[in-house]
Design a binder for this molecule. Structure first.
Ligand code: SF4
Length: 434
């Protein structure tokens, strides 16, 4: 990768061109009718490419090869770095380094995406992806010189990618002895501002390969999947990571995937509607908003009323608070039972596999819905989903077990696994009961 940087950059610009084509052009095409297919209509093709292939498989790629998507394939990364080479080159201000941005950005993007039905309408995709791209370019133009400030601090997906990549079976390992023994050479320019010498894991490394072989000390190395989680140095442990996992990945994302198929959402809406009608308050049932605030597409007849929007937000918030609180309470209790109350944030990293499985089965549901519309379905789906949930639970179980002190394990383990059990229960209910 270090030797073929030119080829990688050329490939990144191909990705930029394809991305810009697929995100802009469909928004200006007429909506497809029922006779159209993924292979003969650009709107459906772009929809499948973004939400059926790109989004779920980017998540899977994090588990397989770390953040290589970010460093090698991501068009926004390439664009923000390009802009940063030509921009003002200002110093990164403290507010921009706030560790809570990935959490805030992930939650806001996920909820807003549901409000405007981003997975189905190209205008909505252009709005959300386009806004993100414009912000990436703007941040690149103002801050840093030849670096990816956007990717490191602000990208809505960066926090999730960082969590998932910690499970990956490969990383760039730094051999400190070789590093110290090597002759002095110019420092490697890591675009994502990783301190390569002190790097111990893959959470921030974008796997771009530019430091590969540096000082004969940096090598792409296999490792036991998840081993980074159980050997995380203290300086890498962050309460923001655990909160993002508990409330964002396991909470908000789950609510966003499930609300439209949930009988609880329907019951909530019906009871609220009845309550409003009884009191003669009709406007929440009839008023709508522009499509860029709340789904409103006369062409397909899909229009959300204020009540729809309010119920959608309330449902996602309720799932987030319920699953997130169970997760944090379980971690808190588990850490106390283990005699190490301060370890609750670290224990949370053990739940990453379960969170990853939740994301993957949620996102792949979109893929399967799109394929079903083309007449392609899979009879083994229930077994595959049950199997994935079992793998997530088991993998998290092993990591949490290993994160606990040997002498205080069983009870502490049961408590710390509460969040994983809650998430598995939510998905089981969704797929096998509802
Ligand atoms: S640490 Fe090395 S491989 Fe990782 S992003 Fe920085 S330069 Fe690229």
């Amino acid at each position: 990768m270090a030797r073929h940087a030119g080829a990688i950059q050329a490939f990144q610009w191909v990705m930029v061109a394809v991305y810009l084509l697929l995100v802009t052009v469909p928004a200006f095409l007429p909506p497809p009718d029922d006779s159209k297919h993924i292979w003969d209509n650009l709107v459906l093709f772009a929809q499948f490419a973004f939400w059926g292939v790109w989004w779920p498989f980017v998540m899977v790629s994090m588990l397989v090869m770390g953040r290589a998507w970010c460093g090698v394939f991501c068009p926004e990364g390439a664009m923000t770095e390009w802009a940063s080479r030509r921009g003002l080159g200002r110093a990164i201000p403290p507010w921009l380094r706030w560790k809570g941005w990935p959490f805030v950005a992930f939650v806001c993007t996920t909820v807003y995406g549901q409000m405007i039905t981003v997975y189905e309408y190209p205008e909505a995709a252009l709005l959300i992806l386009g806004a993100s791209t414009v912000m990436a370019l703007g941040i690149g133009l103002v801050y840093g010189r030849g670096i990816r400030v956007w990717c490191r601090y602000l990208c809505p997906a960066s926090g999730v990618f960082s969590l998932l990549s910690r499970l990956s079976p490969v990383h760039f390992r730094v051999d400190r002895e070789s590093w110290e023994a090597a002759e002095r050479v110019p420092a490697v320019a890591c675009a994502t501002l990783v301190d390569v010498r002190a790097m111990t894991g893959g959470g921030s490394c974008h796997m771009c390969g530019r430091c590969s072989g540096h000082r004969d000390a940096v090598t792409l190395t296999p490792r036991l999947p998840g081993s980074e989680v159980t050997s995380l140095p203290e300086r890498e442990v962050s309460s923001w990571d655990t909160n993002l996992l508990a409330f964002g990945v396991m909470g908000v994302a789950t609510g966003a995937f499930q609300w439209s198929g949930s009988p609880l959402y329907v019951a909530l809406k019906q009871s609220l509607a009845a309550w409003l009608v009884e009191r003669g308050i009709m406007f929440p049932l009839t008023e709508t908003l522009p499509w860029w605030m709340l789904t409103n597409y006369a062409s397909t007849g899909e229009v959300f009323t204020l009540l729809d929007g309010a119920c959608l937000i309330a449902y996602i918030a309720a799932v987030a608070v319920t699953v997130g609180s169970i997760t944090l309470a379980g971690l808190w209790l588990g850490a106390r039972l283990a005699g190490r109350p301060e370890a609750r944030w670290r224990l949370g990293y053990g739940l990453i596999p379960m969170g990853a499985v939740g994301l993957i089965i949620g996102l792949s549901s979109l893929t399967l819905t799109q394929l079903a519309a083309e007449g392609i379905s899979f009879v083994w789906l229930p077994e595959a989903r049950a199997g994935l949930l079992a793998v997530g639970l088991a993998w998290s179980g092993v990591l949490v077990w290993r994160l606990l002190p040997v002498e205080r394990r069983p009870l502490a383990w049961l408590a710390a696994m509460a969040g994983a059990a809650a998430l598995a229960g939510t998905w089981s209910l969704f797929f096998f009961v509802w």
